[in-house]
Design a protein around this ligand. Structure first.
Ligand code: ATP
Ligand code: MG
Length: 353
């Protein structure tokens, strides 16, 4: 079975990761490659364009995108993913207990590393299925995408970490018995006084989490290997905040298993604006228009210079995707956005070569 090519689109919140992932996947599928776009929390209209209903129970199940060739789309649901993860790595009774445990649910729902890890596990599942030639992965925005790449190791550290080992004592066979016979009654007593099952639930949660360790550690290593081989596109806009986040991603590279293959500037002002001039008339309106256009001309020049400077400094190929007046809302529009990008086709060809 051939492993699919994996293409990861990462970047700060709101820069257009989901839009670009969908567009890129549509363009790749047009070349007859069996493609799956894995989205995270798509905007309603984008979900509609991909034909993925945002209903309970429909997440984590890839469905064909109507009228887009061999393109499937799936929306990730981290809570559902964590249920699958526990079933994969723990005995059924432990998995059942974890699914009911409020602390486990809180960690799965809110802990960013847990969300990023669940996304990684799901990508590994799809990669192993052999159903697709290319996976295009839209990443959760936490920490400008760094989280996604750190997650497998962080998860392994958390579940196998010293704190948890000390609390749950997995290496000492007597520890669990001690807990059952001595600690649990004490916790029950404390819980009675506090008026809830708080401490006992926490202790149960920690013991059960420890039971996941072996399966999770092996799986996390496999996800790490997938991420190393993946092509990584770092998305940003021309705004200073987004560019700072993208730079931060690049400066974290020594710690994370990723080597970006390109920097994509989304929502760029057209270069033609740099030299555009306003009307020559002497009237008030013409003067106002001229002033307006001069400002946009300066802004477009500043943005272009900043893009070139950043790509040169980071020594990475770059692409620019135009800022559309009307954001794309269907598959044809999403593919068209990618077709109109400068420098992206060449990058995608190397990715899928
Ligand atoms: N090139 C573009 N031109 C115009 N609008 C765009 C463009 N790219 C994206 N948008 C719009 O910008 C908004 C944010 O895009 P998108 O949801 O893809 O970002 P994101 O990075 O996935 O956000 P989040 O981090 O919240 O997941 C959307 O409304 C989208 O339609
Ligand atoms: Mg998104």
């Amino acid at each position: 079975m051939n492993r699919p090519a994996i293409l990861i689109v990462t970047g700060a919140g709101g820069v257009g990761k989901t839009t670009l992932s969908a567009g890129i996947a549509a363009v790749i599928a047009r070349r007859a490659a069996r493609t799956l776009v894995i989205t995270v929390d798509p905007a309603r209209r984008l979900a509609d364009a991909l034909g993925i209903a945002m209903l309970d129970g429909t997440t984590n199940r890839p469905t064909p995108v109507p009228g887009a060739g061999p393109l499937d789309a799936v929306m990730l649901d981290v809570t559902a993913s964590w249920e699958a993860i526990t079933r994969r790595h723990a005995k059924p009774e432990v998995a059942d207990r974890l699914a009911d445990n409020p602390y486990f649910r809180a960690v799965a729902d809110r802990f960013p590393a847990a969300q990023a890890y669940a996304a990684g596990e799901q990508v590994a599942e799809f990669a192993q299925s052999g159903n697709w030639d290319v996976l295009v992965v839209d990443t959760p925005p936490a920490e400008g995408g760094i989280d996604f790449f750190m997650a497998p190791r962080r998860m392994r550290d958390l579940v196998g970490g010293r704190l948890l080992r000390w609390l749950t004592g997995a290496r000492l066979p007597g520890r669990r018995i001690f807990y059952r016979t001595a600690a649990r009654p004490m916790l029950r007593l404390a819980d009675t006084l506090l008026g809830s099952a708080l401490l006992e639930e926490i202790a149960d949660f920690l013991l059960d989490l420890r039971a996941l360790y072996d399966g999770l550690a092996a799986r996390a290593a496999a996800i790490d290997r997938l991420l190393v081989q993946a092509k990584v596109l770092v998305a940003t806009t021309d705004s200073p905040g987004a560019m700072r986040e993208a730079s931060r991603f690049f400066s974290s590279l020594p710690e994370i298993n990723a080597s970006p293959d390109a920097l994509i500037f989304n929502r760029s002002l057209p270069d033609t604006w740099i030299t555009a001039r306003g009307p020559k008339g002497a009237g008030v309106e013409d003067a106002a228009l001229r002033e307006n256009m001069e400002r946009w001309s300066l802004e477009a020049r500043r943005n272009r210079d900043a893009r070139l400077e950043m790509a040169a400094r980071l020594a990475v190929p770059m692409a620019t995707v135009p800022w559309l007046r009307h954001p794309p809302i269907d598959i044809a529009g999403l593919a068209d956005l990618i077709d109109r990008a400068a420098g992206l086709t060449a990058i995608l060809e190397t990715v899928t070569a």
